[in-house]
Design a protein around this ligand. Structure first.
Ligand code: NAD
Length: 452
């Protein structure tokens, strides 16, 4: 099949590469000239495990190409995916500027029947808006399909090639058949292609993300309660997760969810509710809890040092800047909040992330009090404490002796519960985590005094 994917971000580039990898001819289109120029040279503008291989292989085999010409993409394709960003607007709603601009452009360049697929996360009613934009520019026939994407950054290729399910919202049998045919190679293990009406498909994406965000905020709330009453969230997590009605996924507490999806999608769902006179109280609470959770680590640090003023001149190491491991995406990452609070209090921050330092620096701008280290260990040099913001695999088994030599005081705030309290006690660290007993024994009071 001839496919065009408009927007070559985390979703569009992965989708384009994976469609090419199943034998389709794919043109990826983007307005960002620098991005397209890099892709044409074989450079991958984002970090996503496995993506470079699959892009380079399909370019070499002539099935995948890149252009800034929407006209070229539209005219060559029979299926056109819209995969541009839908950032949060000021009122919380999804900003559809890019989606509708692309729709108009598609309309202008139509040269025959096409299926236009909304892959971007868009609120109910968007497919109809896209249809109207296209129809205002062309007399050619077309169908608009909703096909929300459920991939996770960091595991995007696997998620796309082997999805749990494919959701397709259609209003025509013809478009439904084309979509079933396109996705057949991805569901050979009999995972379902779920065909439904368009509004339900659009809603499914928001309901899925808000459900997942709800689990995280709920567990964070329970973790905070565990801390106060002397329970251990890890035991509770296993205790409830083994109930088949609950399941083990998405039960880990932490310093809040981030990324380009959950925060904006929960807000957009709340906005959709407001627009039709329904107050989505659970969704609103999910967002409130998450916002509080992001500043909780800073509050723990302040409590440890006695006051925010005591942080002035302290050197704090931060491990992890990306909103999750295995990505360079820092959109709405909890580390943005933690580091902003530390800098505001007058601390110096020495940060390390295996992939996200460039994107983080671009987001936060220049600040002489924020430096980026070449390794996790270098970040710790002369630091008064370490804060862990992202659960990268390489942070899970650090060399504790080297850490203690590098640090001024063996003090660790673990926002992702990746280290073990018992081990940290044996190693002589002062250690705080989320919803579990930390290490505050008298043996470590010296560390506290040294650090204060
Ligand atoms: P992104 O910001 O990484 O990429 C969007 C791309 O679209 C950019 O390269 C931008 O230059 C391009 N673009 C903008 N306007 C354009 C136009 N008029 N013509 C051509 N290109 C244009 O975004 P993303 O993370 O890939 O997300 C895309 C959509 O998919 C969003 O709606 C998002 O909510 C949804 N989604 C994202 C994820 C994820 O994990 N990132 C997962 C599922 C769904």
């Amino acid at each position: 099949m001839d496919i065009a994917v408009i927007g070559t971000g985390y979703v569009g580039l992965v989708a384009g590469a994976c469609f090419a990898d199943t034998g389709n001819e794919v043109v990826c289109v983007d307005v960002n000239e620098a991005k397209i120029a890099a892709l044409v040279k074989g450079e991958i503008p984002i970090y996503e495990p496995g993506l470079a291989d699959i892009v380079q292989r399909n370019v070499k085999d002539g099935r995948l190409s890149f252009t800034t010409s929407l006209k070229h993409g539209v005219q060559k394709a029979e299926i056109i995916f819209i995969a541009v960003g839908t950032p949060q607007d000021e009122d919380g709603s999804a900003d559809l500027t890019h989606v509708l601009a692309v729709a108009r452009g598609i309309g202008e360049h139509m040269n025959g029947y096409k299926v236009i697929v909304d892959k971007s996360t868009v609120p109910v009613g968007t497919a109809e808006k896209v249809r109207k934009e296209i129809a205002s520019k062309t007399t050619h026939s077309f169908d608009v399909v909703s096909n929300p994407e459920f991939l996770k950054e960091g595991a995007a290729i696997d998620d796309f090639l082997k999805p749990d399910r494919v959701v397709v919202g259609v209003s025509s049998e013809k478009a439904g058949k084309i979509m079933m045919d396109l996705y057949a190679p991805f569901v050979r293990t009999n995972n379902p292609i779920i065909v439904m009406d368009v509004p339900s498909a659009e809603m499914t994406k928001y309901a899925a993300n808000t459900m997942l965000a709800t689990r995280i905020s709920f567990m964070n709330e329970i973790a905070n309660l565990c801390e106060k009453v002397g329970a251990d969230i890890d035991a509770v997590r296993i205790g409830i997760g083994t109930d088949s009605r609950i399941g083990m996924s998405f039960l880990f507490p932490g310093i809040g969810y981030g990324g380009s999806c959950f925060p904006k999608d929960v807000q957009a769902l709340i906005r959709t509710g407001k627009d039709v006179g329904i107050s989505l109280k659970i969704s609103a609470a999910v967002e409130d809890v998450n916002a509080q959770q992001k500043s909780l680590m800073f509050q723990k640090i302040v409590k440890f040092y006695g006051s925010a003023e005591s942080l002035k001149g302290k050197k704090i190491a931060v491990w992890g800047l990306a909103f999750k491991p295995k990505t360079d995406d820092v959109r709405d990452a909890p580390a943005l909040v933690v580091i902003a609070d530390l800098l505001k209090a007058g601390a110096e921050v020495s940060a390390f992330d295996p992939e996200a330092m460039k994107t983080f620096a671009a987001k936060l701008g220049n600040n002489p009090a924020l430096t980026y280290a070449e390794s996790a260990l270098h970040a710790l040099q002369d630091s008064d404490a370490l804060v862990i913001c992202t659960e990268w695999g390489e942070f899970r088994r650090p060399n504790f002796n080297k850490m203690k030599v590098a640090m001024r005081a063996p003090v660790v705030f673990d926002g992702r519960n990746i280290l073990e309290s018992k081990k940290m006690a044996e190693e002589g660290f002062y250690y705080e985590c989320m919803g579990r007993p930390g290490v505050t024994s008298t043996r470590n009071v010296a560390a506290k005094i040294n650090a204060a």
